[in-house]
Design a protein. Sequence first.
Length: 277
Amino acid sequence: MAMEALKRETIFEEQPAEGKTGVRAVPRGEIAIRGLQKVYETKKSRFEALRNIDLNIGTNEFVTIVGPSGCGKSTLLRIVAGLDELTAGSVALGGEEVIGPGAERGMVFQGYTLFPWLTVRENIEYGPKLKGIPTLERRALSNHFLKVIKLEPFAGAYPKQLSGGMKQRVAIARALANRPKVLLMDEPFGALDAQTKLEMQEMLLEVWEKEKTTVLFITHDIDEAIFLSQRIVVMGAGPGRILKTFEVPLPDKRSPEVRELPEFLALKRELGQLLKH
Ligand SMILES: Nc1ncnc2c1ncn2[C@@H]1O[C@H](COP(=O)(O)OP(=O)(O)OP(=O)(O)O)[C@@H](O)[C@H]1O
Ligand SMILES: [Mg+2]
């Protein structure tokens, strides 16, 4: 794991090759956040939500951010999504600066609503349709993702006919149907019951393995963070900043039993301590 991280850093710090300008030759899907600052300012007030955030996320890496409420996790994710502007610093995706939202970044936010007037299948096909993907190809895509989220029998159902967990699975499929290089998830399972949450976590890991996307995930649930991630970033508040980063000492192939491993429990204890302060 440590070697992997080291390799990633090395790749990242490489300078552009001679003769090339601007865009560095970094692998696709890689997120580079450099000296990021976010200040919310009005005529009367100034609030520094993020200060000096530096974070590299490798292609196909699964990174989770944890931290107290208000420390700027959602703000950071929204900036990476291109939904919010940064005040200083830079965010690049695959070597290109992020200046707005893009189809290469899929988003799943808590309570992110589906289009109520579209069926499950139509919701999943929405992005590909906007991109001009032909009907047959779209059908193949939605079939594939309906299978991934195990909702084939509900292809023709409307969102109001689904449970919360089912809606959340459709939201994930809808994001994935765009074949994003990067999946940005802000507490996507926060409102689910414990059992559904565990099922969704396993489904997400399966999808992550199959689709080879890079995932940046936010949660308040330490168990969820450890179970899912390869790396965990702990943020602190006042102003929002990175306190510490942990490599998760577990194999990429996770089964529910890893939760009982001493490595899991030790990391859980350490994260718990850090978040208490
Ligand atoms: N549009 C805005 N204008 C002013 N301040 C804002 C705005 N959006 C967020 N903030 C402030 O920035 C800080 C970070 O908010 P953010 O939503 O990123 O926190 P968070 O870490 O996601 O919290 P939570 O865990 O509760 O979701 C908060 O103090 C919040 O009040
Ligand atoms: Mg938030």
